[in-house]
Design a protein around this ligand. Structure first.
Ligand code: ARG
Length: 469
């Protein structure tokens, strides 16, 4: 980043100023250090704006050609890392405009006709967020596809389903994973509905009140792929609710991935030993030679807090601002950019990590046998013998107490012992108390039985591969 001696410098807005801006103020108010990331959107927006100015006869053909050539050159300079970003020109918009004028002369000075940086920046951010929505959806679909690959292999893998972190009922590992498919499917739906709200054009709103020129906003909207225009100029330049919504939507995705991370961490611990995560996603300890730490899921859990923080920053940024644009809004960018970067990296690494998970079916199965996981099934069998559920619940509670005293599973109790608790318990019921039987007696939609889960996987696969955002 370069900076020049202030005294000689003419700024785009310095006409009425009698002294140069203070050096510290220059640094304090500049945003080019981070908003240079908007350059490609800024250029795209400028081309659409200039074309419209020309077709509305506000600038002539020669001006338009000069502007387009200049902007194309600037785009190459930026891509090749040759562009000289300067703090003296405050932000991405003024840096590009200054260079354009340097390259093509007076035509460059006409580009800002009927435009303000206020509607310009709002347009750039909307284009940026729209791109981030699309790439996040693509990355979620890849994550889901790997999740389905893993689920497919474990439709018959029994594990304890937990409530209160206590063994509750047997489920399949596939069914557990499919819960995360449902969560991330809703995440995609949220992104897709947000896209409609983001996809509106602010340009034409000027600084806040519109413009005196005979502009054609619908034409600019169409060129930039927007579905419509922002319908109120004050709202268009001042609200950043769409950026906040993107960050909250990402916060929800991160929250889902954080829950899965927490489970992977537990499952990988020596106390559980349900899974192994491939070495390339783990690190060791510099002191304890035996350690293999699940750093990737731990960092995903940690970065979730970071995104939550960005949501709070942005909500706080907006809440006290009177209409319309205020410079406060410049602070929207870093939280937004960091949120986009975080979800991108997280989804990339997580998707890859799913292929490095190996499952210890034996440990999962043994853990299921420990917690009287089929007690509800026994109660259900008694209900089918026409006992009211509350009574069967009480009988089975006594059976559990007995098994617990004998230090065995319910299915290991002798039939005489069971009959002593309730004569209604019969041998056939006991035969149906295995974890596998428990799974297979739940084959309704949403159940953990293998038929139901296979159907759910098939439906999910279809959705991942075919659904357009
Ligand atoms: N860099 C500014 C931002 O990000 C651009 C808009 C500046 N507008 C203004 N009136 N100072 O918000």
């Amino acid at each position: 980043m370069t900076t020049k001696n202030n005294k000689k410098l003419e700024k785009a807005w310095s006409g009425r100023f009698e002294e140069p801006v203070d050096e510290l103020v220059k640094r304090f108010t500049a945003s080019v250090n981070f908003d240079y990331r908007l350059a490609e959107y800024d250029i795209r927006g400028s081309i659409a704006h200039a074309e419209m100015l020309c077709s509305q006869k506000i600038i002539n053909d020669n001006d338009l050609q000069a502007i387009k050539t200049g902007l194309a050159d600037i785009e190459s300079e930026i891509q090749e890392g040759k562009f000289n970003w300067s703090l003296d020109y405050e932000d991405v918009h003024l840096n590009i405009e200054r260079r354009l004028t340097e390259l093509v002369g007076d035509a460059g000075k006409k580009l800002h006709t009927a435009r303000s940086r206020n509607d310009q920046v709002a347009t750039d951010i909307r284009l940026y967020v729209r791109d981030q929505i699309d790439s996040t959806v693509t990355l979620i679909r890849r994550f889901q596809s790997n999740l389905l690959d893993l689920a497919e292999k474990h439709v018959h893998t029994v594990m304890p389903g937990l409530t209160h972190l206590q063994v509750a009922q047997p489920i399949s590992f596939a069914h557990h994973l499919m819960a995360y498919f449902e969560m991330t499917k809703r995440d995609v739906e949220r992104l897709s509905s947000l896209r409609n709200r983001v996809n509106r054009l602010p340009l034409g709103s000027g600084a806040l009140a519109g413009t005196t020129f005979n502009i054609d906003r619908l034409n600019v909207a169409e060129k930039l792929g927007f579905e419509g225009v922002c319908e109120n100029s004050l709202d268009a330049v001042s609200d950043r609710d769409f950026a906040i919504e993107f960050c909250t939507t990402v916060a929800l995705i991160m929250m889902h991935l954080s829950r899965l991370s927490e489970e992977l961490i537990l499952w990988m611990s020596p106390q559980f030993q349900y899974i192994e995560i491939a070495d390339r996603f783990c690190t060791g300890s510099s002191m304890m030679p035996q350690k293999k730490n699940p750093d990737v899921p731990e960092l995903v859990r940690g970065k979730t807090g970071r995104v939550n923080g960005h949501v709070v920053s942005l909500l706080t940024l907006m809440k006290g601002q009177p209409l319309a644009y205020n410079k406060d809004n410049q602070e929207d960018k870093e939280p937004l950019f960091d949120t986009a970067q975080t979800i991108r990296d997280t989804l990339l690494v997580f998707t890859d990590m799913l292929t490095g998970i190996s499952v210890n079916k034996d440990a999962m199965y043994k853990a299921t046998a420990k917690g009287f996981a089929t007690a509800t099934d026994l109660a259900d069998h008694l209900v089918r013998k026409s006992l009211p559920f509350r009574e069967s619940h009480e009988i089975v509670a006594k059976v559990v107490k007995l098994a617990s005293e004998r230090k065995c599973d319910i299915s290991d109790l002798k039939i005489q012992e069971l009959k002593a608790v309730s004569p209604m318990i019969d041998e056939e019921m006991i035969g149906k108390l295995s974890s596998e039987a428990a799974l297979e007696s739940r084959n309704h939609i949403g159940g953990t039985g293998s038929l139901a889960v296979n159907k759910a996987i098939l439906k999910a696969r279809n959705w991942v591969e075919n659904d357009d955002i």
